[in-house]
Design a protein around this ligand. Structure first.
Ligand code: FAD
Length: 117
């Protein structure tokens, strides 16, 4: 049982890392297509997430707080907020959303602030 909890937590950390990194790299001025892609991705993610209890709870959070796709800041702040909803349900510390831009970098080649050294 402890093993399962450990695996679930590791999956969660990996998933949140990808989730926040995608939002941190989302366009500042997205096109209608980019907005649709992000929104679809998030809803599909909530359906295919392999921890069933987590997925059904996350779907309820999405009903209450639909994905914000109008800009990078809107999307990344929204992502921080919904992760905090999960944190609060699990009795974890609330994350300071002002720290989001520094924390999630992608190491991508196409910009100068990617954290690559
Ligand atoms: P995590 O919550 O995994 O966070 C990883 C790191 O991200 C933190 O150390 C911190 O540096 C940073 N972080 C924390 N909060 C934020 C934030 N708001 N914004 C940005 N960065 C932040 N587990 C369950 O047991 N039950 C569930 O119902 C459940 N639902 C989940 C739903 C989803 C969609 C996901 C992705 C995961 C879910 N999990 C659930 C897993 C759970 O959220 C954690 O990932 C897991 O418990 C490990 O927690 P952690 O304390 O290592 O930090």
């Amino acid at each position: 049982h402890l093993g399962n909890e450990t695996i679930k937590a590791e999956l969660g950390r990996a998933s949140w890392k990808l989730f926040h990194t995608i939002l941190a790299r989302y366009p500042e001025k997205p096109t209608a297509e980019e907005r649709e892609a992000l929104s679809s991705y998030i809803y599909l993610f909530s359906r295919v997430y392999p921890c069933g209890e987590c997925a059904s709870h996350f779907q309820k959070i999405l009903k209450k707080f639909p994905p914000q796709t109008s800009s990078r800041i809107a999307a990344s702040q929204w992502g921080c907020h919904v992760h905090n909803q999960v944190n609060s349900r699990l009795g974890k510390k609330i994350f300071d959303c002002n720290m989001i831009a520094e924390k999630y970098q992608c190491g991508c080649a196409d910009d100068g602030d990617d954290g690559a050294t």
